[in-house]
Ligand binder design. Sequence first.
Ligand code: ZN
Length: 201
Amino acid sequence: MNVEKEFEIKVLLPGFSRLNGNVMEANCTCTLIKGPQNIIIDTRTAWDGAAIVESLNNVGLSPNDINYVICTHGHSDHVGCNYLFTKAIHIVGFSISKGETYMLSPDFSNEEEYVINQNIKVIPTPGHTLQDVSVIFKDKNNLVYAIVGDLFENENDLLNELIWINAGSDNIELQRHNRLKIMDIADYIIPGHGAMFPVNK
Ligand SMILES: [Zn+2]
């Protein structure tokens, strides 16, 4: 039996964003890859600690069971509860650390990838910010899931690119390029602020 095949993916807390008068209400999608190594992707705002712990408990995990925290980028709605995971390696955008130790490789700015195992890797996908990363996960049926943060705001931004552009883009051309790259490799996309959707090939 191949342990690499035992991983499963689950959205712990779904993301959203909506205009309400002159403010934006938003929180990000928080995703778990559960298996021999446990990986949490995007830890919401600093006000979400109890909700994250509860959602982990519901699948039989506690924060100390998490081996990797991956934040697709450094905005406050994606990194707020990283502090819960002191046993984990933290990958926040292009920065890889544990405690006060920072890893100098792989170098995401040089298009290098962080390989967690043969079915899970972290790749650079800048555009929304200049240091965005995405997690690429292949499940036991060889379906490829891309957890992309705000590279995609939600499914509707496929038809109306003003949605992702207006959500903030530090480099529109680069973001457009990396969106196409993800659509090429993924069967399912988990966007930063909406529900998972399939990629029509
Ligand atoms: Zn966001």
